[in-house]
Design a protein around this ligand. Sequence first.
Ligand code: UD1
Ligand code: CA
Length: 392
Amino acid sequence: MTHDSLARTTALILAAGFGTRMKSQRSKVLHLICGKPLVYYPIKAALDAGCSDVVVVVGHGRAEVESYLAKAFGAKVRTALQEHQRGTGDAARAGLSAVKEAERLLVFYGDVPLLLADDVARVALALDANPKAALAVATCSLDDPSGYGRIVRNGAGSIVEIREQKDLRNDAERSIREINPGIYAASVPFFRESLASLEPNNAQGEFYLTDIISYAAKKSCQVVGVDSRAEVLVGVNDRRQLVSAEETMFLRIAEAWRLAGVTVRAGARIETGVTLGQDAVIEAGVHLRGETDVGKDAIVDVGCVLSNVRVGAQTVIKPYSVLTDSTVGQSAQIGPFSHVRPDCAIGDEAHIGNFVETKKTTIGRGSKANHLAYLGDGVIGAGANIGAGTIF
Ligand code: UD1
Ligand code: CA
């Protein structure tokens, strides 16, 4: 959902951290969820919400992250460098240097893949709705708040502080279930002032972005809390959370295609970049990856794995076939147990049967290779019949 009122809003997305808990050589935000890097999703949310500018703060694994961003988003996303990873507050400061004056700023983290446009837009819009407020922050309540910063309120119910897990002082604080999902909206001047005041006086010796809340409270500035949907605000810090967020996303993608008129059986896994035609049937255990497109009325039967494959309308891919970087025409039949390797173009009404492997091969309209063959670097015209045992 695009909001016109976010037209002068810059989204600042923090993605420079070490991601220590991933125990990985690679930047955390490049780990894949449903076929796209983690950081793709919060950026998409910012763009979908209608933010006029998106700045991603990069640092750890910078070269790789920047090259991904350029490839995936081009000029729509700018980057700012956080030289040393000294905490989220320091990252936000680094990001500010790339932000133009006199705009509103929405700051959130690059490790929250389930976030949607509406979740960020609502925080920015809460500022408009409360002219007296200096800062709006998302909040939500979790049965198990461990790992998250806790929202501390005063006797009057106002938000006065966010306290990190490692800095909790007593049982009262440990019993707080209201947590900080990590979406903040304020004017650029408020961010400049509050971020300039940060000190690394905490258990981790870091500059905490969350300390802008106590800064606001000390200046008697009003902070609005924006109730947010707990299930979408999951931060990914380790691989357990990576996989658990991915499971949620696979379910979400499958539900969306079902509502759009595609039969997606339970247990099929459809990645983010995939498109499906009406009345297509995707059976259990199928994995559709990358930029795969399945045409109308096509069937992809149990256990098939398709990566970057275009499948024409009414084609049937029978069980346990593996197809990669290729195209299949309309009303064709592939499988069971076929292996279509990169750069094949299988024509309309063609048949590729069991234990047939093809690579860099064009197969003309209506041609058949029904069993046990290897067809590599070849061109087969229309109407041909390739017998069992053929190798070329
Ligand atoms: C943070 C919040 C916590 C909140 C949680 C929500 C702080 C201090 N804590 O904790 O209150 O509940 O997110 O998910 O903000 N980053 C940088 N540079 C750095 C450090 C981090 O860019 O120096 C980036 C990371 O790449 C990451 C994001 O900031 O995308 C959050 O950092 P992370 O270390 O995951 O913070 P949490 O401990 O999850
Ligand atoms: Ca995190």
